[in-house]
Design a protein around this ligand. Structure first.
Ligand code: F6P
Ligand code: MG
Length: 439
């Protein structure tokens, strides 16, 4: 029998605390920020903008009260192309309940209700013309990026040194550099805004200095397997074909910068040719990256007056222009479905991922969706928990922020629970977990 979904119906669980406290707090914050934008809406769209802002606030308050009182989840009606799929999913959730019961915030799977909340916020914005382009998290993402400037400059200088000497690096040096930058990107995932409910979560410390001490906090470390995939071509150049890396991005801000530095190194070292980035098509889980964030980040980097930060920006702008970097934002990433459903739900995206030689999945939410957000035993293998989702060799890079984790050694979870009751949800531990299809 398949394990249960994480859900707020399990009183006292992290899902329960999230639905009871964290999600309403996030909605309150959105309401406050929309409220504070009133003058801006009037300035940009006149009276109509001011009225639309008030309507957004009122609909968000209604949504918050529905959540707090565990009202049934509703159909989506904003006419966006994914509405039918969401409504079908709601119907399917209904079939899993007793007759007469309705899917609701505290009864339904956590993954579903949490995605539903962000999608519902987007519905509200879409229905309040002329604000339909408004990203309710834009100012938070910008602040977190700006607050991480010092760490970004430190990492940019480090990357600059590597790039200046890349031609002289022997295989061992390349591997060491890869391991280091992979860990920087891994720990970059601590900087998401949803874990802190939108409070300050920028990177303030030197991202490189802490790596050594953090090593014991990596609970599963399959970096060697990832390196083997990347390094295959170096070992047998005669059989080499073009190497495509896909990266399912997570958060904008410092995390994105760490991801881009990693990718830049791999391309500059000729380990990777093409990079395909996958982001969200709408504002999502506070800090998740949208196309606008991606474009804006590179543009902002270009115009800084720090030598290597701006050089990297210019380089990355060119990579996009030359078609070496491609950005995708398929609707599937903002559906409530887990990734085992991708092949039937969005076969074209699955086929796209099959073109990659390696896929990196950044962040906690991607991990939850890879595993179906099910209460797996911690010793279940990653392969089993993926339930057939294996478009290509893949690796999850995630700081633990939800109580779900597989692939641990017998006794490892018990030992961790003995020393730190919050090891699964604090973001203080992380994994580099790899799976390759066996053909
Ligand atoms: O519970 C922590 C949380 O808010 C989850 O809802 C979500 O899985 C995660 O944070 C988002 O983190 P990330 O940005 O790493 O996907
Ligand atoms: Mg995120």
């Amino acid at each position: 029998m398949s394990p249960h979904h994480l859900s707020a119906r399990f009183l006292g669980s992290f899902a329960y605390l999230t639905v009871k406290d964290r999600l309403p707090a996030i909605l309150t914050q959105i309401i406050d920020r929309v409220h504070r934008h009133h003058a801006h809406f009037v300035k940009t769209h006149g009276e109509e903008g001011g009225e639309a802002g008030k309507k957004v606030v009122s609909l968000l308050s209604k949504l918050r009260s529905e959540l707090l009182t565990d009202k049934p989840l509703q159909q989506l009606e904003d006419g966006h192309s994914d509405c039918e799929i969401w409504n079908e999913y709601l119907g399917w959730q209904r079939t899993k309940l007793q007759p007469g019961e309705e899917p609701s915030w505290f009864k339904s799977p956590w993954l579903y209700v949490e995605c539903y909340m962000y999608r519902k916020v987007q519905e509200i914005v879409l229905r309040c013309e002329p604000l339909c382009e408004f990203d309710v998290f834009a100012d938070l993402k910008l602040k977190s990026f700006m607050d991480s400037q010092r760490a970004i400059m430190t990492l940019a200088d480090h990357a600059g040194n590597i790039l200046d000497n890349i031609g002289n690096l022997k295989e061992d040096d390349l591997k060491d550099t890869f391991m280091k930058l992979l860990q920087v990107s891994l720990w970059g995932n601590k900087c998401d805004l949803s874990i802190s409910g939108g409070l300050d979560n920028a990177q303030k410390a030197d991202p490189l200095a802490a790596l050594w001490n953090l090593r014991s906090h990596i609970l599963v470390d399959d970096s060697e397997s990832v390196w083997s995939v990347l390094n295959k071509r170096k070992r047998s150049p005669e059989s080499a074909s073009s190497f495509r890396l896909d990266i399912a991005l997570d958060n904008a801000g410092f995390e994105l910068f760490t991801d881009l530095v990693l990718v830049e190194f791999l391309q500059s070292a000729n380990l990777v040719d093409q990079v395909h980035f996958h982001g969200k098509s709408m504002p999502w889980f506070l800090s998740d990256i949208t196309k606008e964030d991606f474009v804006k980040t590179i543009k902002t980097l270009c115009s800084t007056n720090h030598r290597w930060t701006s050089r990297l920006g210019v380089r990355w702008h060119k990579r996009v222009q030359d078609g070496l970097w491609t950005y995708h934002d398929h609707d599937f990433w903002t559906l409530p479905h887990d990734y085992a459903d991708m092949v039937t739900r969005s076969p074209e995206l699955y086929a796209e991922l099959q073109c990659a030689q390696l896929i990196l999945f950044k962040g906690d939410l991607h991990y939850r969706k890879l595993l179906g957000d099910l209460q797996w035993e911690h010793t279940t293998s990653f392969a089993e928990a993926l339930r057939g989702f294996e478009p290509s060799p893949l690796c999850s890079l995630r700081a633990l922020k939800a109580d779900i984790q597989v692939g641990l050694k017998p006794g490892q979870a018990e030992q961790l629970s003995g020393t730190d009751a919050k090891w699964m949800v604090s973001g203080e531990y992380a994994i580099v977990q790899f799976h390759s299809p066996v053909h």
